[in-house]
Design a protein around this ligand. Structure first.
Ligand code: NAD
Length: 513
């Protein structure tokens, strides 16, 4: 196969993977990547440890990029943009499809590395890699279809529009879906003819570098997709860089507000994929078995560290006790442990501070009167190599009320708050009583009610009789404080391009002067 043609400029980032409960994994530093290769910054630069959440050991260290390095990465992206933006969409598509095929070939390696660095189960990590690949394939397909309009004007004159790229786009990612976020941002950006500088979260910096290797292997122009490492200072340098034309951000609402403010002086467009506190409504007529499964998917995927999670579970009173009994039974059965084991369904949380934060929310919930039906405690797996991992048991809370902190704030951990309700009107009012509006779900057998409820829910992504399904063909994004713009689907091309109108006069100039 004529893939993987371009030689790597350094030894591959990863040497071997850590097989479950044993073996070592070597991640080669440095983790910064521009001008088609990994870049070391010299010993004097600030470094930061990267941990493996399952064991608490240091995986590697990253060097934080300062102004000079961010500028080098942006200049690298600028030079690639000149070549890439002039290519036909079909030519760009070929590179992106080759990159997607390399992702498919390296699926296991990427998924294992994601599980090791993030802590999610290998089963989920594989699905994330598949979603990244599908996104690359989808936008490769769209790349050749990007086109403007022709508009006939009086007297034979006409106008046309051109959909043009923006330039160098900055991507800034959260730690919960490291590889998928990098792909969901870069694929539409590159398809539209832009180049990208991506900054992953310093908690999970590794797999974005694999994606850079992969684009280079697929024959992308040198510097098309670059990675700078660091925390908020590096991110701010990137947002403020005068040659960055757009910022696409995934993270918390508080950081999103800062990103918007930093983009304002340059009037740069932003895409903001922010947090949520989404409602999931279960009516008494729903298929309860499916509603229970949906609730678990809505709360415990990726250890509950999912922006769209339906963490406010409203259950109509007649089925409340039946629902709780089934949810607790299934939650108790969730296999917690080494994320690399096939049978594991829940790994550790992504970092120690985050684990402490989530446990703090549970203590506060108890103080405010919520009742822990199950879980919410630190967990130590039997395997001694995992004794320092950031594990906890998934938690089901009942006796919750709308004013409790656990019901109002995004916990971003495996904590389900269950709230009884009586009527449709009441539950809609309560479901919409949030500053956020990322997602929402409804379980019912009444098709009219399902659509009526969804029409009245203030959320960017709604699910009927399922939850947390994110096909790349459909737009994903938030209402209210949950964000601006969309990822995935056709519409996202509009967020990574600009429209030029060209008016063509075929007659004489009709001057008033
Ligand atoms: P975060 O906001 O702390 O950090 C996100 C990224 O922004 C990181 O790369 C971080 O280094 C960077 N950053 C932080 N401060 C910055 C600044 N001042 N300037 C520039 N960059 C800065 O979020 P997190 O803790 O990494 O992720 C969890 C949050 O992300 C949750 O709120 C979750 O809901 C949200 N999230 C949303 C989506 C979505 O699609 N809507 C997806 C995943 C996660």
């Amino acid at each position: 196969m004529a893939l993987c043609g371009a030689p790597l400029r350094r030894a591959p980032l990863v040497a071997g993977v850590r097989r479950a409960s044993s073996g070592s994994l070597l991640i080669r530093e440095p983790l910064n990547y521009w001008r088609g290769g990994r870049v070391g910054l010299g010993a004097a630069e600030a470094t930061q440890a990267v941990y493996e959440p399952a064991t608490g050991r240091v995986l590697c260290r990253l060097q934080q990029c300062g102004a000079e390095e961010v500028d080098q990465a942006v200049q690298s992206a600028r030079s690639a943009f000149l070549a890439w933006s002039r290519m036909a969409g079909m030519e760009r598509a070929r590179v992106m499809l080759d990159a997607a095929r390399i992702v498919e070939m390296r699926r296991e390696e990427i998924a294992e590395l994601e599980a090791v660095n993030n802590g999610k189960s290998i089963t989920e990590a594989r699905l994330d890699v598949d979603s990244a690949r599908l996104c690359m394939e989808y936008y490769a397909g769209l790349s050749g279809t990007l086109a403007g309009q022709h508009v006939q004007l009086p007297g034979g004159s006409f106008a046309y529009t051109r959909r043009e790229p923006l330039g160098v786009c900055a991507g800034i990612g959260a730690w919960n879906y490291p590889f998928q976020i990098a792909a969901w941002k870069s694929a539409p950006a590159l398809a539209c003819g832009n180049s990208m500088v991506f900054k992953p979260s310093p908690v999970t910096p590794v797999t974005a570098v694999l994606l850079a290797e992969i684009y280079a292997q697929a024959g992308a122009p040198e510097g098309l997709y670059n990675v700078v490492q660091g925390g908020h200072q590096t991110g701010a340098l990137l947002c403020r860089h005068p040659s960055v034309a757009k910022v696409s951000f995934t993270g918390s609402v508080a950081t999103g507000q800062k990103i918007m403010a930093m983009a304002a002086p340059g009037v740069k467009p932003v895409t903001l994929e922010l947090g949520g506190k989404s409602p999931l409504i279960i009516f008494e007529d729903s298929d309860l078995e499916n509603a229970v499964r949906g609730s678990l998917m809505a709360n415990f995927l990726s250890q509950g560290q999912v922006c769209s999670n339906g963490t406010r579970v409203f259950v109509q009173r007649p089925v409340l006790s039946q629902f709780l009994e089934a949810v607790v039974r299934r939650t108790k059965a969730i296999r917690i442990g080494d994320p690399l084991l096939e049978e594991t369904r829940m790994g550790p949380l992504a970092s120690r501070p985050h684990l402490e934060r989530v446990l703090g929310f549970i203590s506060q919930a108890k103080e405010e009167g919520a009742r822990v039906l199950y879980g919410g405690e630190r967990y130590t797996p039997a395997d001694p190599t995992l004794k320092d991992g950031y594990f906890m048991t998934p938690c089901v809370l009942d006796n919750c009320t709308d004013d409790m902190t656990c019901v109002k704030e995004e916990i971003f951990g495996p904590v389900m708050s269950v709230l009884p309700f009586d009527t449709e009107e009441e539950v809609l009012r309560r479901a919409n009583d949030s500053i956020m509006g990322l997602a929402a779900g409804v379980f019912t057998r009444d098709v009219k009610r399902a659509h009526r409820v969804v029409e009245n829910l203030q959320a960017g992504t709604c699910f009927i009789n399922n939850y947390n399904i994110t096909p790349v063909e459909v737009p994903f994004g938030g209402y209210k404080a949950s964000g601006i713009g969309r990822e995935n689907g056709q519409v996202t091309a509009e967020f990574y391009s600009q429209l030029k109108t060209v008016v063509v006069e075929m007659g004489d100039v009709d001057s008033l002067f």
